[in-house]
Structure formats: structure tokens, C-alpha cells
Design a protein around this ligand. Structure first.
Ligand code: FEO
Length: 138
């Protein structure tokens, strides 16, 4: 799985959120690297745990901005975050149960990468536009 590189196409127009997305991308790349280079279950679980930790931090920060700015799609966006968090925790369970098999690793990396890219370029970018219209400055 190729590394994801942050470029302007990922920008949501809000510095605070962009910086956090860069960190999320780094953490996703770290999982990908652990999967591809070591295949060590312990290392994979460690990188996944860093991802879960940072995801929780980022979603909370993003949701606070949504609430503070009367974001109209809060319920829907929050649910997407919750579903992703559940899926991340499920991944830990899957790796623990099945081990770092090629199929599972591939499935998880494809899901993670697609989710992140689509989420940032989709609903997060729309959120960024709304925040800019409201004059939000991070
Ligand atoms: Fe940047 Fe909606 O997560």
C-alpha cells in the first residue's frame, strides 16, 4: 500500500484541522509500514493504538469546532466518526484473533486509506467551507 502524502488537495482550508489530518495520515502510514516491513503483530498493534489515540483526539477537537459553530450536519458527521472508531477497535480484535495475515492486512490498509482520504476530501472539506463562510479562524 503506497504512503499517503498530504498535499493541497487534502486542505480543508482550516489550519488547525489540516495539521491534525497530517498527523492522522502519518499514523496511517506508520501502520502501513509496520504491516509491510515487519509483519510483527506487536508492532502493528502498537501503531494501531497510536492511531486510535490520535483519532479520538482529532474527532473530539473537530466536533468541538462543529458545535461551537452550529454546524448543520453534526449528527451525521459525528456518526461517521463513531463508526470509524468502532471499526478501528474491531481491527485490533481482528489482528489479535487472526494474526497479521496478508489478507487481513491488505483489507485493513485498504479500508483505512480509503476511509481517511474520502472523509477528509468529502465531509471534512465541506465542513471547512462552512467554517470559512462563518469566519472561523483557527
Ligand atoms: Fe477530520 Fe471528520 O474528521
Amino acid at each position: 500500500m503506497p504512503r499517503i502524502e498530504w498535499d493541497e488537495s487534502f486542505s480543508v482550508g482550516i489550519d488547525l484541522i489540516n495539521e491534525q489530518h497530517k498527523m492522522l495520515i502519518e499514523r496511517t502510514n506508520a501502520i502501513s509500514e509496520a504491516v509491510e516491513t515487519t509483519r510483527g503483530l506487536e508492532k502493528i498493534l502498537q501503531t494501531l493504538s497510536f492511531m486510535i489515540e490520535y483519532t479520538e483526539f482529532h474527532f473530539s477537537a473537530e466536533e468541538k469546532v462543529m458545535i461551537d459553530n452550529d454546524y448543520p450536519r453534526f449528527v451525521e458527521h459525528h456518526k461517521l466518526h463513531e463508526d470509524f472508531k468502532k471499526r478501528l477497535n474491531q481491527m485490533v480484535q481482528d489482528f489479535e484473533e487472526e494474526g497479521a495475515t496478508t489478507d487481513l492486512s491488505k483489507e485493513i490498509m485498504t479500508y483505512l486509506t480509503n476511509w481517511l482520504v474520502n472523509h477528509i476530501k468529502g465531509i471534512d472539506t465541506e465542513l471547512g467551507k462552512i467554517l470559512q463562510e462563518k469566519g472561523f479562524v483557527s
